[in-house]
Design a protein around this ligand. Structure first.
Ligand code: URA
Length: 433
């Protein structure tokens, strides 16, 4: 096939065939198409778009450009969950054990923190001994034994996406809905699950800043799932402010375990239960109402907490750290900062808060950076709260006192105050099925 003629077609706004999209994805994966031609194609796709059929064909071609996870050794319906990325988003640590406690097999590949957003693998690694890299056999046996296993992506998963994502990053072509949808869904399809619930975040801390954009992305991903023969639903959730009160790694594990213990912040419990029950419906566990009740029962009875502990033990982690939260890594420096003025908090910019966390050591500036598992922020007040000048606002956790000055300045710059309460955006903005 001649790639220049394919490139010309997309440049002129014509749809590409399945074979042409396969040629493009395979050429990206094996390096046979030069980077300048791949970049030109990405820009043509960005400008002229891809229709639903092309988006699904591109996604499948990217998924098949490398290893496809074989989950046939796992009995029962296999579920997965994906978030488009947020701040304080520790819902996987709750959704996966709730679903497992309800009989879904959660064979999950997760990522590390990216930019201002955290990653499940970094969070789990704050539990001493926890292994996120397992052989395929061990992965399958942990899922069969405990109902869930969460590992980092391994092997040659979606090499086309690796190459194209890196190119999009440097050619200003990231923010295209078909390209984002195909990038995310290619990895989910390669992950092998039958049923996938997507948490599409929307707001200042998310990729999608507006509800309209988030809805389009959700619809594109659900459509890809349908065309690929998987059951997929998306929940749109608010990421204008961090989810829960803990942002970091060990502190987020602590907060997720609090929810598994029937405590923890309401917003986190609500989002986690909504995602879990949506996944249970996809997995054929019953009606929406029955699945909501089932998810709540799994949480309130302690069955989800037990499933989480079994997973931690099976993956080499010390479950005593989960039972006795005081034992999780503790920060050397803990500094509580105060409200600079009296009033309602009207804005708590989630992306800016995520960046403060990176500054404190909870995230990476470069791919090679080590992270500090104990670093992070505990929010004592959030958007909508009334505070008096001098009242405690948040606790900053880190290893080195020298980080505090800049972190405090950046944290306060992320907030706005007013004499009148703000209009709050709903936590759950809708569902796309
Ligand atoms: N996450 C991905 O995996 N791909 C994108 O394009 C954007 C977010």
């Amino acid at each position: 096939m001649d790639f220049l003629s394919i490139l010309r077609k997309k440049r002129d706004g014509l749809p590409l065939t399945k074979e042409e999209l396969c040629f493009f994805a395979n050429g990206a994966a094996d390096g046979s198409i030069p980077l300048y031609q791949l970049s030109a194609m990405l820009m043509a796709m960005y400008l002229n778009g891809l229709d639903a059929r092309e988006t699904a064909d591109l996604t499948l071609a990217m998924a098949h450009s490398g290893d496809m996870a074989d989950l046939s050794g796992i009995d029962g319906v296999k579920g997965d969950k994906h978030s488009t990325g947020g701040v304080g988003d520790k819902t996987t640590l709750i959704v996966a054990p709730v679903a497992a406690a309800c009989g879904v097999k959660m064979a999950k590949m997760s990522g590390r923190g990216l930019g201002h957003t955290g990653g499940t693998i970094d969070k789990l690694e704050s539990i001493p001994g926890f292994q996120t890299s397992l052989s395929r056999e061990k992965f399958i046996s942990v899922v069969n034994e405990t109902g869930l296993c969460v590992v980092g992506a391994s092997g040659d998963l979606c090499p086309a996406d690796k190459e194209l994502y890196a190119l999009r990053d440097v050619t200003e072509t990231v923010s295209s809905i078909p390209l984002i949808a195909s990038s995310i869904m290619s990895k989910k399809l390669a992950g092998g699950a039958d049923c996938i619930v997507l948490d599409v975040k929307c707001g200042s801390g998310a990729f999608m800043k507006t509800e309209a954009e988030a809805r389009k992305l959700a619809a594109a991903m659900v459509e890809i799932g349908k065309r690929a023969g998987r059951r997929v639903a998306a929940v749109l959730t608010n990421m204008d402010l961090p989810l829960g009160c803990a942002v970091g790694n060990a502190v987020e594990v602590q907060e997720a375990v609090a929810v598994l213990n029937g405590k923890g912040p309401d917003d986190l419990r609500t989002v986690a239960l909504t995602l879990a029950s949506t996944l249970l419906v996809l997995c054929g566990k019953g009606t929406k109402e029955a699945c909501e009740a089932m998810a709540r029962e799994a949480l309130d009875s302690g069955k989800a907490k037990q499933a989480f502990e079994r997973m931690v033990e099976a993956q080499g982690g010390d479950a005593d750290y989960i039972r006795d939260q005081e034992r999780l890594p503790k920060a050397k420096v803990s500094y509580t900062l105060q409200a600079p003025q009296t009033g309602y908090i009207t804005v708590m910019d989630a992306e800016a808060i995520g960046r403060v966390c990176v500054l404190l050591g909870a995230g990476r500036h470069t791919k090679e950076d080590a992270i500090d598992p104990a670093a992070g922020i505990l929010l004592l007040k959030k958007t909508g709260d009334f505070v008096k000048s001098g009242e405690p606002l948040a606790t900053l956790l880190c290893e080195d006192e020298a980080l505090l000055k800049e972190a405090e300045r950046a944290f306060l710059a992320a907030l706005r105050f007013s004499d009148t309460p703000p209009e709050l955006i709903p936590l759950i903005l809708g569902t796309v099925e």
